[in-house]
Ligand binder design. Structure first.
Ligand SMILES: [Zn+2]
Length: 464
């Protein structure tokens, strides 16, 4: 009895203590930051707000607006970025972290794609760091081998490896000899085997299903309508979105994928007026990859530079920009003439092509004008989101809409817009700043300064 009474007393004491300690502990746990900058794009496509502030509590956005309307809480850590531009953390809607292209055409790619998993994983660690430090806070990994995208997701979430938030798709799903057949584990034939693969990917943790095919003829693609339909249905039943690599001379992949009810199309060639109308009618969205359309590819010197000489985002992004610009200057014919897809993967050169850069920019502009939701993907040019955005601006799309494509719209097509993609009260705190005003000088877009992911500053990390 006396023991009981004493325990009761101790308990009361503890309760009293914790009650007085609780508010203090909470204040410690939920650090409050206020980020100020000369202008802010919220990622919805709206006009910028001038003299802006974002209040972050823990990992959540508590307030966004002009400084005369938003009160900065007492005791908040104020990060004043001065004449900079705030925007949401960038999305990469199409990525493969395991690659480091270094020439070799199709065979080079096969070697890159299917190397020993330990080596692929090490590349992924560096490439994901490059993405994060270049402002990418969320990425869709569109087809990986050996469950490496799940491993990366876990490593990043546990804090072991710096990187963007990962939306993994597990193994690519393609047909025997189809696009992606260089990864033997991606080849699946027949509707029921496609269904089985979707279920396997889902049970391993896929948050997205990625199919892959190229046009075969004016009315056939590498996967049949039955196969893709069965796969889409299985993914829908599991509640996860679907996307398809669709390229080719005729648009048969796109027509078939839209018919099967996929959510997004990757790359999307061609984008004729007929295809644009079809996408619009069916509410299908696009994950576009501008840097791939240009036709230049990294070589070994890129990676040497990245690993030895980069100490801030603009070093890397402006290096890539220099490579890209000199490539375009050296290949004026690519600006104005279409060309066959050169690497001849399963006779692809006869069935797939690159439109001229100018023509492609016109098609993408028309697609944007038609109101098709667009996200921006990099494929393997890590950290190149702002370069892709510059390509979109060059195509005639207003900057605020291009920022929307790289943030709010990308989040929407990835079906995570309830949590990320815009700077709004109640969203998770992912944001970046770039130096100065990108409207007066587009180069400012590449000068990424602050990177906050999930309420934490990550731009303070070193590049190596
Ligand atoms: Zn890809």
């Amino acid at each position: 009895m006396s023991i009981n009474r004493r325990s009761f007393g101790l308990l009361t004491l503890l309760i009293v203590f914790s009650a007085t300690l609780l508010p203090f502990d909470l204040a410690q746990a939920e650090s409050v930051k206020a980020v100020k900058a000369a202008r802010l794009y919220d990622g919805t496509g709206a006009d910028p707000i001038t003299n802006a502030v974002v209040v972050i509590e823990g990992n959540m956005i508590k307030a966004v607006g002009s400084a005369d309307k938003v009160a900065i809480p007492e005791g908040a850590e104020v990060i004043d970025m001065g004449d900079s531009t705030l925007m949401p953390g960038l999305f990469d809607t199409h990525g493969h972290l395991r690659y480091r292209y270094a020439g070799g055409g199709h065979h080079g790619r096969v070697a890159q794609a299917t190397g020993e998993h330990g080596a692929l994983g090490m590349r992924m660690v560096k490439n994901s760091r490059t993405q994060l430090l270049s402002g990418v806070t969320t990425m869709r990994m569109t087809g990986e081998v050996g469950g490496l995208d799940f491993d990366m997701k876990h490593a990043i979430e546990s804090g072991m490896v710096p990187g963007p938030r990962i939306i993994p798709s597990g193994r690519l799903i393609s047909s025997t000899g189809g696009h992606g057949a260089y990864e033997p584990e991606s080849q699946v034939d027949g509707p029921w085997d496609v269904v089985k693969r979707v279920r396997e990917n889902f049970s391993q943790g896929a948050k997205l299903i990625k199919f892959s095919m190229v046009d075969l003829s004016p009315d056939a693609a590498q996967m049949t309508l039955e196969e893709i339909k069965a796969g889409v249905q299985a993914a829908k039943s599991a509640g996860i979105p679907t996307t398809v690599h669709c390229t080719g001379n005729w648009g048969s992949c796109i027509r078939q994928s839209v018919k099967a009810g996929v959510d997004t199309i990757e790359h999307a060639r061609p984008l004729t007026p007929e295809i644009i109308r079809l996408l619009k009618r069916n509410g299908t969205s696009l994950s576009l990859t501008p840097l791939v359309y240009i036709g230049f590819r990294p070589d070994a010197s890129w990676w040497e530079y990245l690993d030895s000489s980069v100490s801030k985002p603009e070093d890397w992004i402006l290096f890539m920009r220099g490579k890209m610009t000199s490539w375009r200057v050296a290949h004026p014919e690519w600006e104005n003439e279409p060309r066959p897809y050169a690497d001849n993967e399963s006779g692809r050169a006869k069935r797939d092509y690159f439109p001229a850069v100018k023509q492609r920019q016109q098609e993408v502009f028309d697609t944007y004008k038609a109101g098709i939701p667009i996200g921006i993907g990099l494929d393997t040019i890590y950290g190149g989101v702002t370069l892709s955005m510059e390509w979109m601006v060059e195509a005639g799309i207003p900057l605020k809409e291009v920022i929307h494509m790289a943030t709010g719209s990308a989040a929407k097509i990835s079906k995570v817009d309830d949590r990320w993609g815009t700077l709004e009260k109640g969203k998770y705190a992912d944001l970046i700043t770039v130096k100065g005003d990108p409207v007066s000088d587009i180069l400012n877009l590449h000068k990424i300064e602050l990177v906050i992911k999930d309420g934490q500053r990550v731009d303070t990390l070193t590049w190596n």
